[in-house]
Every structure is written in C-alpha cells, then in structure tokens.
Design a binder for this molecule. Structure first.
Ligand SMILES: NC(=O)c1ccc[n+]([C@@H]2O[C@H](COP(=O)([O-])OP(=O)(O)OC[C@H]3O[C@@H](n4cnc5c(N)ncnc54)[C@H](O)[C@@H]3O)[C@@H](O)[C@H]2O)c1
Length: 369
C-alpha cells in the first residue's frame, strides 16, 4: 500500500520533509512506499509555488477540507511552533499519524492533550528529532545501553550556533507566545533530545538562562547541569550567539570517549571520533569505533522510519510517553533557571505556571492553550 502524506505549512523547512536537502530531484520514496498528495498553507500563493516545485498534485488553504478530502495516512506539520499542538490533534482526530516539527508543543498541558488524543484516536504523534534517526546516533545509543566501553560517566551536549539580529525579524520568532522559547527550545532541542535519549532517564537539572545580545523576549543562551539515573553527569549549553557554529556531543565512558568534530546540523558517521584506553578489550574497541549504518540525521530519515512503522503497525520511536522526555526536561531547565533551584522530573504539574507554558514565569503567565 502506498501511504498518502499531506503537509501543512509550506515555508522554509517544509522542503526538507518532501525531498532530501529540499532538492527537487532527491526523492525520498523511490520505491513507492509513500507519496505526498497534498499541501496546505494559509498563504495560498506560497502553497501553490511549493506544490509546483515538488510536483505535489493538490493544494488547500482549509485544514478540515484537506483532512476530509485527502484522508491522509500521515500529516507532516511544518508551521510555526504555536500552531503545532492544535494542528497535530486535529490531524489525529481525522485518522492520521502526525510527524510534527519541533517544538511539538509549548507546554506540558499541551503535551498531555496530545497524549490524550493519541489514546482517544489510536493514532500516533511524533515530534521531529532528526538527530536521533542518524545511524551514528543509534550506534552511540547501543554503546551506552550495552556498556561496550563501560559505564557512561560524563556527557557533554553543546549547541553553540549563530543567529544574527535579522533572523529575529520574522514575526513569529523571539517571543514566548509564538516561538515558545529561545535556543533551548528551538535550536538546542535537537542535540538535547539525542543526548537525553542516549543517556537514559534524567533525575535532576540545575540551569541558568539569559538574554545577552539579541533584542528578544526569550533567552539567547542557557546552560545546565544534569544528573542521570545511571549516575552520569552532563553539561548542556544552548546558544545562538556563537559565530563559530558547532554541535558538540561527547560521551566519556570508563574505557573510552566518543565525540563529534566539526558538526553543526549533520551528526553523521563521518563526524564521530573515538579514543579508548589501551587496556580495553580489542573486540570491544572494534565495536566501539565501527559505525556501520550511514543513515543521515535529516527529516526524511525520520519520515521513512515512520512509514515503515505505519506499515508494520508499531508505534514510531518518538511518540506517546517518549515525546515527554525532552519537553519535560526543557520545561524543568527553564524552571530551574527561573527559580535558582534544582528540578526533578514529575514535579511540574497542574497549578504550576511551568505546566501552562514551557517558559513558565519567564513567559509572564502566558498559557499555550
Ligand atoms: N527540524 C529542523 O531542523 C528545523 C529547522 C528549521 C525550522 N524548524 C521548525 O519548523 C517550523 C517551521 O519553520 P519555518 O522556518 O519553515 O517557518 P516559515 O515561517 O518559513 O514557514 C511557516 C509556514 O507556515 C504557514 N503557516 C503559519 N501558520 C499556519 C497555519 N495555522 N496553518 C497553515 N499554515 C500556516 C506560513 O504561512 C508559512 O508558509 C518551526 O516550528 C521551526 O522551529 C525545524
């Protein structure tokens, strides 16, 4: 069966969902497993130009009409952040699985509403976290889970990117109401998601946030220390103030270190370096250093995995309770920075301003729904 995919929001990132690197010829479903049948945007002209560029047959401006007429199996949501939760729930209620751009939602309240919709409809809603879907990411996760180089002890997750003031001239950026956060929620979310997934459950976070050099409401830098249930300690940095852009992930185990070099958006096989102690078992050294899967850390890798999951009738990797890991961590990071206190998982509940909006008191009591 060829799955029908519809896409909502035909802006900058949308092309990266329908073609590898948004290149019109780089088809991601050459074997007819799935096809994009329709696109929608509130700006009809933009939607038409997009459909023409990527040879997608039908264009809509009304979501209910698209869902009713196309009955898509999967809907990709690529609109600005504040619209994600509502569109994702609507699509699930119409019988579709959802692959929604990050950040999936703006609060734990919305996350709970998405989870309720998953349970009610039997559909799945997955957040785009393309860094998890690279072959190298799976390799590192395997190393941690199987303790190939011993226990993980120290983790580093630094997203030091650069966004100039002009970047924030786009109307939905830079505010708690519409972008929902700064580099913690929008840029560092990729590496943090991969890092948290790899290291396993976190048990405490202590953080700092500031707005140092951009004229925006949200933070332009955050840093945090995180404790994991396996005992490891991690260092996190999220910033858009760094002209020398890098995404730096590093895992130190009892017997070896794995780290990225010269990576920014792609954390593929060629970006990883390894160092081991001379005393480590040679067979394990070989396993530790050998990445066999060269799947790239891009949206099509996640969408292809979702199509395969749909056909196999199994939930996608990032859906259900698994979507909570990163959003809850980010909420806790903001709360720790706002209160100056450590925050543990499971402690942000109804009645807490940080339950209503990921930015809590930073967001001046805005509610996302
Ligand atoms: N995963 C990644 O690497 C990555 C990279 C960049 C952006 N993003 C995310 O992708 C999302 C979109 O970012 P962008 O840069 O493409 O934004 P954009 O402003 O370029 O495009 C958004 C599009 O959505 C349309 N739109 C807005 N509200 C809508 C609605 N309610 N219904 C239908 N269409 C609507 C707009 O008209 C616009 O065409 C954001 O959440 C952003 O954080 C992800």
């Amino acid at each position: 069966m060829k799955l029908r995919i519809a896409l909502i929001g035909t802006g900058v990132i949308a092309g990266h969902h329908v073609r590898l690197n948004a290149e019109p010829d780089a088809i991601i479903f050459p074997n007819d497993e799935a096809e994009f049948v329709a696109v929608l945007d509130v700006n009809e002209e933009r939607a038409r130009a997009f459909a023409e560029k990527f040879e997608i047959p039908r264009v809509y401006t009304d979501v209910d009409e698209l869902l009713a007429k196309e009955k898509p199996h999967i809907v990709c949501v690529t609109t600005p952040p504040q619209s994600h939760a509502e569109l994702s729930i609507k699509a699930m209620e119409a019988g579709a699985w959802v692959l929604c751009e990050k950040p999936l939602c703006g609060s734990l309240r919305e996350l709970d509403a998405i989870r309720d919709a998953e349970v009610r409809t039997g559909m799945h809603c997955s957040s785009v976290y393309q860094f998890r879907f690279g072959g190298a990411s799976r390799h590192i996760k395997h190393i941690v889970d199987e303790e190939i180089a011993g226990k993980p002890l120290v983790g580093t997750c630094h997203t030091t990117w650069y966004r100039d003031p002009a970047y924030y001239e786009v109307d939905w950026r830079g505010t708690w109401a519409s972008e929902l956060g700064g580099p913690t929620m929008i840029h560092g979310i990729h590496a943090m998601d991969a890092f948290l997934w790899t290291m396993g459950d976190w048990t405490e976070v202590r953080a700092l946030c500031s707005t140092l050099d951009r004229d925006i409401e949200v933070e332009d830098i955050s840093s945090a220390s995180v404790l994991f249930s396996n005992g490891a300690i991690g260092s996190i940095l999220n910033s858009i103030l760094c002209p020398h852009e890098r995404t730096f992930l590093r895992y130190d185990f009892q017997q070896g270190t794995a780290w990225t070099e010269d990576a920014v958006y792609d954390l593929n096989k060629d970006k990883w370096r390894f160092k081991t102690l001379d005393t480590m078992d040679p067979e394990k050294v070989q396993t530790f250093k050998t990445i066999t899967d060269d799947t790239v850390t891009k949206q099509p890798s996640q969408l292809k995995a979702m199509v395969a999951d749909y056909k196999a009738g199994r939930p996608p990797l990032v859906s259900g309770p698994e979507t909570r890991r990163t959003i809850e961590f980010i909420t806790a990071l903001y709360k720790s920075a706002a209160t100056g206190r450590p925050v543990k998982p499971g402690t942000i509940v109804e009645g807490d301003p940080f339950y209503e909006h990921v930015g809590g008191t930073f967001a001046q009591n805005l509610s996302t729904i």
